[in-house]
Design a protein around this ligand. Structure first.
Ligand code: NCD
Ligand code: ZN
Ligand code: ZN
Length: 355
């Protein structure tokens, strides 16, 4: 892995930061949800909950039911806030946006190009079909979250993010200049440049795994199914561009783990699912990435300040403390009736939350 090796002689041995938020999280449903939600609730004040369930969370009503399931799983004593999202389809009515705003529980709408990723079959086939709905979102200030990859067979998987910028995102941003857009889990220098050059309405989330790994970590020495996610890991130059943006202090970039648990048998199979499970050590993995880049002093801004600023919310009121302490990640975690293999299973992480 492209982490670890560096000397830590002049870095601090502990760091206190305002409690982070996860602006991109998958927790699934049912028994799996109960297994994974405590990890995020322990670290984060809030999380944007992705709507790609089967069936997807396409209406405010469904989001209300889903949120109640999350509250039930958390129990009465939890302060954790699940921020709900709607799954955009070709036929999401503009009226649904009004309903969403009036409910007070919907924080954003998620665009999955149909076929781009896990449970995206009901996603958008042609963004023009959604223009009235986007118009309403722009008017009412509801952000659009974007899985930014094209799906055409003739576009190389490593180029799908860049193609999405050129063929789709530039048009959306041009046609809706005051629509808040979060380019989710960006993986390329092209995406970094696009976000930096766009207006203040455009921001991006960056995962820990895209800061810590490149495509060699998935392909060299044998295929690693647990390092397969979408957008797929890219070459080192892109990882470096992401790290530079993340550590730059630019407030357009913020934490979104894209922790996406799948059961072991759904990953270790002939056609494995995309997604990495990182929520169990989200902030610790980011701390390691920032530490590797000698930028621990910028972690809090990325993990705890920039997200609320973009979403127009207050920052969390308490702090967490991380200590430089190596610990070994379990080989697996319980995931409903099954298990999920965490990132770094059986290996070490250099940072640990102590309070
Ligand atoms: C996510 C999932 O499993 O839901 N998978 C992934 O590889 N990131 C979907 C997504 O965020 O694209
Ligand atoms: Zn995605
Ligand atoms: Zn995701």
């Amino acid at each position: 892995m492209s982490n670890s090796q560096k000397s830590s002689s002049h870095s601090p041995s502990s760091i206190s930061i305002i409690r982070p938020d996860d602006w991109h999280l998958h927790i699934r449903d049912g028994a799996g949800l109960k297994s994974v939600i405590p990890f995020t609730a322990r670290q984060c004040g809030r999380a944007i909950i992705m709507p790609n369930l089967t069936p997807p969370v396409t209406t405010t009503r469904r989001a209300q039911t889903y949120q109640q399931t999350i509250f039930d799983a958390l129990g009465k004593n939890s302060d954790f806030q699940p921020l709900m999202t709607l799954y955009l389809t070709d036929s999401t009515p503009a009226e649904e946006i009004k309903t969403a705003i009036n409910s007070g529980i919907i924080s954003a709408v998620k665009l999955y190009p149909a076929g781009a990723t896990t449970n995206s079959d009901a996603g958008v086939t042609d963004i023009k079909k959604c223009y009235q709905t986007l118009e309403m979102m722009q008017k009412l200030g509801l952000p659009l979250l974007v899985h930014g990859e094209v799906t055409h067979q003739d576009i190389d998987i490593f180029d799908r993010e860049k193609s999405f910028i050129d063929q789709r995102l530039e048009l959306i941003v041009r046609d809706f200049p005051e629509l808040k857009v979060v380019f989710e889990h960006i993986t390329t220098s092209d995406a970094v440049d696009f976000v930096i050059e766009s207006s203040s309405y455009v921001a991006a989330t960056i995962t820990a795994h895209h800061l810590l790994m490149n495509r060699n970590d998935m392909l060299v020495g044998g295929i690693k199914p647990h390092h397969y996610c979408l957008p797929v890991l890219k070459r080192e130059t892109h990882r470096e561009a992401l790290m530079k943006a993340t550590a730059s202090g630019n407030n357009k970039f913020f934490m979104g783990t894209d922790s996406a648990p799948h059961s072991k048998h759904n990953k270790e199979t002939a056609c494995g699912c995309a997604g990495m499970f990182t929520a169990f050590a989200a902030i610790e993995l980011y701390a390691e990435a920032f530490d590797n880049a000698d930028a621990l002093d910028k972690l809090e801004q990325f993990s705890s300040l920039n997200g609320p600023l973009f979403y127009g919310l207050a920052v969390n009121s308490d702090k967490i403390t991380l200590q430089r302490e190596k610990w070994t990640v379990p080989e697996s975690y319980k995931f409903g009736d099954d298990v999920v293999i965490p990132l770094r299973a059986g290996q070490t992480i250099n940072w640990k939350i102590v309070s």
